[in-house]
Each structure stands twice: as structure tokens, then as C-alpha cells.
Design a protein around this ligand. Structure first.
Ligand code: NAP
Length: 460
């Protein structure tokens, strides 16, 4: 299918785009390779000037970028503005810090002297999802352009206008032709790109299915890859949690971005002694959300990104119920135009129910009662995913101890403020490998070269 921009609030087609021809794709790859030959020799200061300009342009045009995201994938407008500002901050963060992150580091061998240098590796192919149509791009463009790599990027089929807007942003900021190229290409063309010898690394954010396919292709080509995949994060509520503070985070954690966040709180694991109280308050807070046009500031519950996403989610809920889960609220599409799903709570999900292992990418809560802390940890770890998770307690030391026992890439105690330019983001198990953001994010696709110096005698 070609790239289609459809407003999920009313199902209207806004624009569609053809895939690139083979000749256009070849030109894009040739431009990227040729750009790399000069870009890798530019100074950090030159690269930083372009990235900082892009950040400033984004800040100056927050509303334009935000409206486009809201139109194409239904993100509520205030969340879209937040994403645009955060994306700009990520670009600015790497403009400021990349040189220090990649500075040579001294090693201390017994004999002679040694240091590590970091150098760019070439053209990277990035495949990105629609759920954060700018932030996902900033997460790769900021660090990798500052590291001296160049990018060719395949964005998701439903957000072509956001993809084009981000490419234009970098060109407007002064990036040379080939430094960042948006590719409107099919999955088959993506395989061709991964196979191309000019591509030196592959970064994907997306589903497990996409991860399997793209990581396998990169592996066949012995190319480094990073995989930021799905999640089914636990939200562990211990008996001493402060519910006044916990409930708003529970709502935000499940409902932010229409529930379509990789590290959203998806499995609510609550100690029995506090479960009834938690559930009553959580349910009331979810019921109070106001569905509506995501462009309207008063809306607190927007549509899902596409009709297909809604159909898939409804199918998962039906299957969960058919396999014995109990529906405590919601479960249906809303009676209104657009891809709107009722806020839904599923309980009594047993391990043999497919819902026990599935990722629900939308406003669906999986609710579990457990008898104690140990059972909460065991259930949290009984997942194929390992992205994030959170624990809620007034005893911070206990919270940290529980966080330490959960097998994920990220844990949060009394908050789920997931992402910060400074903090590494990523998971383990089916949630993937590698990290984006922070110092770790810029180290993923650089050559760590050892240089050892010293006139010492060869062994006899
Ligand atoms: P998806 O179907 O895997 O799509 C993500 C991207 O991969 C899109 O650009 C898609 O292109 C592309 N793609 C999928 N299969 C491909 C293939 N065989 N070859 C080339 N490209 C391929 O993911 P989604 O379901 O739309 O997005 C949500 C998923 O992403 C969730 O599982 C979510 O948890 C995960 N996610 C993870 C993170 C993280 O940082 N860990 C962040 C955000 C989202 P098309 O649109 O053209 O198919």
C-alpha cells in the first residue's frame, strides 16, 4: 500500500503518496553516501549549528508541526505540542553534548599508552513508527547526525506528511543534501536498502514482527542493528501506595497518546489489600475522560491512529473475553465517526489466555490482583517483553528494591516520566536491544577504535 494520510477523527483521506521508483531510491542512497564522505569530516561545531537551528525552527513552529501530527494520527493537540517541543529539545541536547560524549577516552594498559576514538560508520537506515511521528525521528537524527553519520529514514505509512515535514526542517536548518533523507518506500524496498553495501547500520522502532524481519535481514548482512520494540509494562501498586498520587499516573500511564505508547502502563498488578480501592478510583477516573476531536483542547480521549489499529484492538479484546477474561468496562468501538475505542478494563486474565502475553496498543487495561510483593514481581517478570515498568509505594527503598527485581530495561519508582533527552531508553527480551537517547544513544553506531602507542620490544 502507498503512503496515506487519513484523519482518524473522521476517516477522511487527506493526501496520498506513491512509493519511490527504483531510480529515485538509488539517487537517494547515492546522495547519502556522497554526503557522508564530507559530513564525516565536518566539525562538531558545524554539525551542532545545523541541529541547533533545527531545534529553534521546531520551537518557532510548534503549532504547525503539532497540527499535522494531530491530523495524521489523532494525537491530542496538547500532547502533540509537547512532543514537538521535546523533539526540538533532543536535537538541541545532542548539538550541545555530542562532542563531549564522543571525546577520546584514555585507557591504562600495563605497557605503553592507549586510547579509544569514536568515529562515524556511514549511512544508517532507520525505520520508525507513527506513534510519535517527530520524537522517534529526533531520537535518531539528533545523536546520529552529530556523530557524523547520515540517515535514510523509512517512516510509517500513515504519517507521510510528518515525515516530509521533518526532512524539510533539517534542510531548512542547513543540512546538506543526503544528510537526512525521508524514503517513501515499501517493505520490499526496505529489504533492498538493508542489503545495499552503502548502508552500515539499521535502527528500527516498531513491532516485534517488524523487529524479527528487519533484524534478521541486517544480521544476514552482518550489519549492526538496534531494535526498540513493543512492551507490556507492569504498573505495580503496593499496599502502601498513595492513591491520590498514583491514580492520576495510572490514567496518564495507560491513556497518554491514546494508549499507543510502547512503554505505556499496560498490566496493572495490584496487591489484594488495596485492589478494590484502586480499581474503583481508577475506573471512575477513566470514565471521566471526554472523547472528542483531538484538535479540541477540551478533549481528553482521542481516536486511535487508524481504523486498522482499532479493528486489531477490538479483535484482541474479543479474543481475551472468549478465552475467559472478564470485561469490567468498555470493550467496544464508540458510536461516533472515527477510530474511537472505549476505555476498557479486562480482569481475570489467566496465563493460557493470549491476552496474558499480548501487547494492547490502545486504551485497554489488563488488571491483575496478587497476594504480595513477591507475587507482583513474579507476574511482572512473566512476560515476553522487557521494556519498562513502575512501582508505587510510600517506601522508596522498597520501591527501588522491587524495581531492581523486575527484568526490564527501565523501571520507575512513583512516576512513569519515561523519556528524557539525558536518559537512555530501551528494553530487553522481545522489547529489543540497544538504547536510544542519553550518552548511550549516541554510542550505538560509532566505531570504537583502539589506538595503542609505545615503542616496546616484540615478545621473543
Ligand atoms: P510496525 O507495524 O512494526 O511499524 C513500525 C515501522 O516499521 C513502520 O515504519 C512500518 O512501515 C515498518 N515496518 C513494519 N514491518 C516492516 C518490514 N517488514 N519491512 C520494513 N518496514 C517495516 O509497528 P506499529 O504497530 O505501527 O507501531 C507500534 C509498535 O511499535 C508497538 O509494538 C510499539 O510498542 C512499538 N514502539 C516501540 C518503541 C520503543 O522505543 N521501544 C517506541 C514506539 C513504538 P509501514 O507503516 O509502511 O508498515
Amino acid at each position: 500500500m502507498n503512503y496515506q494520510s487519513i484523519n482518524p477523527n473522521d476517516g477522511k483521506l487527506l493526501k496520498s503518496f506513491e512509493h519511490l521508483s527504483s531510480a529515485q531510491l538509488e539517487k537517494a542512497l547515492a546522495n547519502a553516501e556522497s554526503c557522508f564522505q564530507t559530513w564525516k569530516h565536518t566539525s562538531y561545531a558545524e554539525r551542532a549549528a545545523i541541529l541547533a537551528k533545527a531545534a529553534a525552527l521546531m520551537h518557532a513552529h510548534v503549532d504547525d508541526f503539532a497540527k499535522l501530527a494531530t491530523l495524521e494520527m489523532g494525537k491530542r493537540i496538547d500532547e502533540a505540542r509537547g512532543e514537538v517541543k521535546f523533539s526540538a529539545d533532543i536535537l538541541a541536547y545532542y548539538a550541545k553534548n555530542a562532542q563531549a560524549f564522543l571525546a577520546p577516552t584514555q585507557l591504562h594498559p600495563k605497557v605503553g599508552e592507549a586510547h579509544m576514538e569514536s568515529s562515524p560508520i556511514g549511512v544508517l537506515f532507520c525505520v520508525e513508527p507513527w506513534n510519535f511521528p517527530y520524537y522517534q525521528l529526533a531520537r535518531v537524527a539528533g545523536p546520529q547526525l552529530m556523530a557524523g553519520n547520515v540517515l535514510v529514514v523509512k517512516h510509517a505509512g500513515c504519517v507521510p506528511q510528518c515525515a516530509i515535514a521533518f526532512e524539510k526542517l533539517l534542510i531548512d536548518a542547513g543540512a546538506p543534501v543526503g544528510a537526512y533523507t525521508n524514503l517513501l518506500i515499501s517493505h520490499a524496498q526496505s529489504e533492498h536498502v538493508i542489503d545495499d553495501p552503502r548502508i552500515k547500520g539499521v535502527a528500527l522502532t516498531g513491532s516485534v514482527a517488524a523487529g524479527r524481519s528487519i533484524a534478521a535481514r541486517a544480521g544476514q548482512n552482518l550489519k549492526k542493528s538496534s531494535m526498540e520494540l513493543g512492551g507490556s509494562d507492569a504498573f505495580i501498586v503496593l499496599e502502601d501506595a498513595d492513591l491520590e498520587k498514583t491514580i492520576p499516573w495510572a490514567v496518564w500511564g495507560r491513556m497518554y497518546n491514546g494508549g499507543q505508547t510502547c512503554c505505556a502502563a499496560k498490566r496493572f498488578i495490584v496487591l489484594d489489600s488495596i485492589a478494590d480501592k484502586f480499581l474503583a478510583k481508577f475506573q471512575a477516573a477513566l470514565q471521566a475522560l471526554k472523547p472528542g476531536d483531538p484538535m479540541d483542547e477540551k478533549t481528553t480521549h482521542g481516536p486511535l491512529s487508524t481504523e486498522a489499529a482499532l479493528v486489531q484492538l477490538l479483535k484482541q479484546v474479543d479474543s481475551a473475553v472468549a478465552h475467559g477474561a472478564r470485561l469490567l468496562m468498555g470493550g467496544k468501538r464508540m458510536e461516533r465517526p472515527g477510530a474511537f475505542m472505549e476505555t476498557t478494563i479486562l480482569a481475570d486474565i489467566k496465563p493460557d489466555n493470549p491476552a496474558f502475553r499480548d501487547e494492547f496498543f490502545g486504551p485497554v487495561v489488563s488488571f491483575f490482583r496478587v497476594k504480595d510483593e513477591a507475587a507482583a514481581i513474579a507476574l511482572a517478570n512473566d512476560s515476553d517483553f522487557g521494556l519498562g515498568g513502575s512501582v508505587w509505594t510510600q517506601d522508596v527503598a522498597r520501591g527501588k528494591r522491587v524495581a531492581g527485581a523486575v527484568d526490564t530495561g527501565m523501571m520507575f519508582v512513583n512516576n512513569i516520566d519515561w523519556s528524557d533527552a539525558e536518559l537512555p531508553f530501551g528494553g530487553i527480551k522481545y522489547s529489543g536491544y540497544g538504547r536510544e537517547l542519553g550518552n548511550m544513544g549516541i554510542q550505538e553506531f560509532v566505531n570504537k577504535k583502539l589506538v595503542r602507542t609505545g615503542h616496546f620490544d616484540a615478545p621473543a
